[in-house]
Write a protein that binds this ligand. Sequence first.
Ligand SMILES: C[S@@+](CC[C@H](N)C(=O)[O-])C[C@H]1O[C@@H](n2cnc3c(N)ncnc32)[C@H](O)[C@@H]1O
Length: 327
Amino acid sequence: MRKFKAISLFCGCGGADLGLIGGFNYLDQNYPDNPFKIIHASDINAKAVETYNLNFEHKASIQDIHELDISNLKADVIIGGFPCQPFSTVNPTKTPSKKSNQLFWEMARVINDVKPSIFVAENVQGFYRLNNGFYFKLACNEFEKIGYQIFHKLLDTSEYGVPQKRKRIFIVGVRNDIKSLFEFPNPTHGEDSCLAEKVKLSEIIKDLWPKEEKYFFSKRAVEGVKKAKNNMKRAVAQDINGQCLTITSHLAKVSLNSRDPVLLVSKEKELYRRFTPQEAASIQSFPLNFRFHGSEGDSYRQIGNAISPVLMWHLSKSILKILKKEK
Ligand SMILES: C[S@@+](CC[C@H](N)C(=O)[O-])C[C@H]1O[C@@H](n2cnc3c(N)ncnc32)[C@H](O)[C@@H]1O
């Protein structure tokens, strides 16, 4: 069977890549192979690239996109979740207005060099909403300028069989000479009677008591939060009968003085804990056999940065529809 060639920019640990190529199991469901072959993957972060290389046949390389020249490659699709920190609502310290923080320019440059039939760019909601969509429009204008028709949608991972509320903006570009319209995948899970019921966090958190004590917050941290003023941020204890708040890269430094999701293990004993890296990976829909390289902090960062593989698997079906029509 013919395989479509894919290029992965800002590949991180490979969440998006895994979803694109498929061939994994998650929560008793199989997500079969898709006809894609990755011909290039790169990221600036060495630890993420090592994780990637533990899990994929195609090996990624450590590269700064500013220096990346792959104009010699031919590909059908380019995917890339360009860095979101400057636009993230949980990290407002960076300056989004600095051009060097807006890596969609570099993504557009590479797309323009390779001219794939279709590309997918992903980012946080903040990128879509910040300054009335100023940065979002800037990116879309640039993608249009290089010859692509743009489609966009906020997709929520919890509507695709993953127990996590994670809304991300997806920008899809279809090359102007291809006349098909891109259709985002319909939700598979939700309140509608025709959809399956949303998956609950309890599918992953089978035991509130972790095997290792290090995941508990200290008594001091709990006391500190109790004494804190009402207007201070507090971690949010998750209802395991619902869907988890977004797993962010910030989980590497999760504290009780933030809006991060945590678990309340015992109300009487006032015991709170963080998610283990394995739990965070499962809430992001990584299969159990996906291996992470580096410290626990590195793992949390790679996991929080990733595009949920299951969501990307559904998107890859929509990408395939365009590519197959073109063929
Ligand atoms: C949102 S994450 C991408 C996650 C990935 N798509 C996944 O699904 O696992 C953004 C990535 O951009 C990488 N990055 C940041 N600056 C970069 C640069 N100048 N060149 C290449 N990669 C960069 C980060 O290391 C990070 O892995």
